[in-house]
Design a protein around this ligand. Structure first.
Ligand SMILES: C[S@@+](CC[C@H](N)C(=O)[O-])C[C@H]1O[C@@H](n2cnc3c(N)ncnc32)[C@H](O)[C@@H]1O
Length: 270
């Protein structure tokens, strides 16, 4: 058992770098404790935790996301979520996070095909959301649908809350650490996009835990079919096999959809 004051000072040291300053403190603390339990020194712990945070988060932000500039731009735009200027803003915003940028070439079909027959959706939880909440104009939502979105970054949550307020949608973004606390919201649709492999870098059991515990009537789960470096040999086949193992004996009816850069499953409660 580590000394709580020593753990706190390591958490602060890790978050002292601008790149990690906005990361959920609970996640940083859990990673610090994991490294200390392996007998690592202070210096090694800070380095190992920052490496892990890079792998699971910063790797998808090639440069710092320009939240201040995005917020300034947003202020001058229409409040209508479906106006052409807000849609153009959302597309530009989604370019700032690698994961959403990779999806832009097939965004329309990405939501239309797997969600066919489902809308209008009254409640939505976007887990490890990145900037995907900017895809709201492409989702079949009911008026005043209740929206939740979470990720490990406080500055991302602040920006998404500004976007929700500006467009008058009933949304709340917040920081979370899915490895250690699963959100409890009950929703019609949960999104868990390209996230299982990312979280498995910290905890191998997380995929099965999420698929068993998320309280949603339907889920969209997806896997990347290229690595961040652009290689993709066999990823579609391997992730399909992995997903089939994760879902064994769980009460979901599964439909598969193949997109050029992403393998998607729609899960509906049996
Ligand atoms: C591959 S990206 C997917 C982003 C988004 N779901 C999408 O598909 O556009 C993985 C996301 O998981 C987030 N993340 C990493 N570890 C997390 C954790 N423990 N809890 C919540 N989110 C986490 C990262 O910050 C990143 O935004």
């Amino acid at each position: 058992m580590s000394d709580p004051a020593a753990v706190q000072s390591l958490v602060e040291a890790v978050r002292n770098a601008p790149k990690y300053a906005a990361v959920d403190a609970g996640l940083v603390q859990a990673l610090v404790e994991q490294e200390l339990a392996k007998g690592r020194s202070v210096k090694e712990t800070i380095k190992a935790v920052r490496n892990k945070l890079h792998q699971v988060g910063s790797a998808y932000q090639e440069k710092p996301i320009g939240y201040a500039q995005l917020t300034r731009q947003l202020t001058a735009l229409s409040h209508d979520l479906h106006s052409p200027e807000i849609k153009a803003f959302c597309l530009a915003g989604m370019r700032e996070h690698t994961s959403t940028r990779e999806r832009l070439g097939f965004l329309e079909d990405f939501y239309r095909q797997p969600l066919a027959g489902l809308g209008p959706i009254h409640s939505l939880l976007d887990l490890a959301c990145g900037l995907n909440p900017l895809a709201l104009p492409w989702l079949p939502l009911a008026p005043n649908a209740q929206l939740f979105a979470c990720d490990i970054y406080a500055d991302m949550a602040d920006f998404l809350n500004t976007f929700y307020a500006h467009t008058g949608v009933n949304g709340r973004a917040f920081t979370c650490d899915l490895i250690h606390h699963l959100p409890k919201q009950q929703v019609e649709l949960a999104l868990l996009l390209k996230t299982i492999p990312c979280l498995e870098q910290v905890d191998k059991s997380i995929g099965r835990r999420l698929l068993s515990s998320i309280q949603a009537e339907h889920m969209l789960i997806s896997f990347p079919v290229h690595s961040l470096g652009g290689r993709g040999k066999g990823m579609r086949v391997n992730y399909d096999q992995h997903f089939r193992e994760l879902i064994v004996d769980l009460p979901w009816q599964v439909t598969r959809f193949d997109f050029p850069g992403e393998l998607v499953y729609r899960l509906s409660r049996v």
